[in-house]
Design a protein around this ligand. Structure first.
Ligand SMILES: [Zn+2]
Length: 285
């Protein structure tokens, strides 16, 4: 079995920067042999991952096979995904599907606030494809099953890369490579280059506690939908996600971009998902 120590260190480091990961969001994986993958546990915090906790071992070959013939029902999908755990701490990340499907040893996924200014604006798609022509862009879609299926169909179309960069509209970033440090470097550089190009202020959640009222009726990304319902406005899920939404919305306006909110249909669907309810409940403890 290959060593997980470097993967754990990079996961902690990425998770420790709130400009990339808010509360229990974001997830990382390492394929450790021809069958088994370590992937962050659902609802656990990336910054708290250690060699002893915060991740599951799953059979990624079985997960890949399972995606060739999926059930329509999200509750069943969410339950079935748990059956692929061979050893672990809680449920595997709801995004384990795309971690298994992307044919690289390391997959890093986060919600970078600087990049999300573009991914949550009307103009973002064109700007990003222009800046990063080798990247793959995915329009707003529900996380979990639907996102994994979208990535599978993009890969089946023959979009092979040595290093993958997926931009997820209204969501975040995935980078994947067989080289962990290269994958991490690309991940940081994409976000930081956008921050620099647009001269965005450094994100500090303390400066974004006064949430714009529009953000209680309109959602920029999935975790905002889930955690804005929190009665405990001091919980990390609420504080970190709502301050990120407020920051992104402010920067969109200051940069003269047009905010792109999730549709009502997608919002209602995401709010109803079993895997999202599970994550919400973990944040309430
Ligand atoms: Zn995500």
């Amino acid at each position: 079995m290959s060593d997980l120590s470097e993967f754990i260190r990079i996961s902690q480091e990425l998770g420790d920067d709130m400009a990339f990961v808010q509360a229990g969001g974001g997830n990382t994986s390492q394929k450790i042999d021809s069958k088994i993958m370590a992937v962050k546990s659902s609802g656990s915090f990336l910054r708290d991952i250690t060699i002893n906790k915060g991740y599951c071992l799953v059979n990624f070959q079985e997960i890949k096979k399972y995606h060739n013939n999926l059930p329509k029902d999200e509750l069943r999908y969410s339950n079935d995904m748990n059956s692929f755990v061979t050893k672990g701490d809680g449920r595997p990340s709801m995004e384990s599907g795309f971690h298994a499907i992307i044919p690289k040893k390391y997959v890093l996924h986060s919600h970078p606030v600087y990049l999300n200014v573009l991914l949550c604006s009307e103009q973002g798609e064109e700007i990003l494809l222009d800046l990063f022509p080798y990247s793959l862009f995915i329009k707003a879609i529900a996380p979990g099953k639907d996102l994994s299926m979208e990535i599978l169909s993009l890969l089946n179309e023959g979009n092979s890369r040595e290093e993958y960069v997926f931009f997820l509209q209204n969501h975040g970033l995935i980078t994947a490579s067989d080289d962990l440090l290269a994958c991490y470097k690309t991940h940081l550089e994409i976000s930081n280059s956008i921050k620099e190009a647009y001269a965005f202020k450094t994100f500090n959640y303390m400066d974004n506690q006064n949430i714009h009222p529009i953000l209680f009726d309109n959602n920029l990304f999935p975790d905002q939908i889930i955690f804005s319902k929190h009665e405990d406005t001091k919980s990390p899920g609420y504080v970190e996600n709502l301050s990120a939404a407020n920051y992104i919305f402010t920067q969109i306006n200051d940069s003269k971009l047009t905010p792109l909110f999730l549709s009502n249909e997608l919002t209602n669907y995401i709010a109803s998902m079993d895997s999202e309810k599970y994550r919400f409940n973990l944040d309430q403890k």
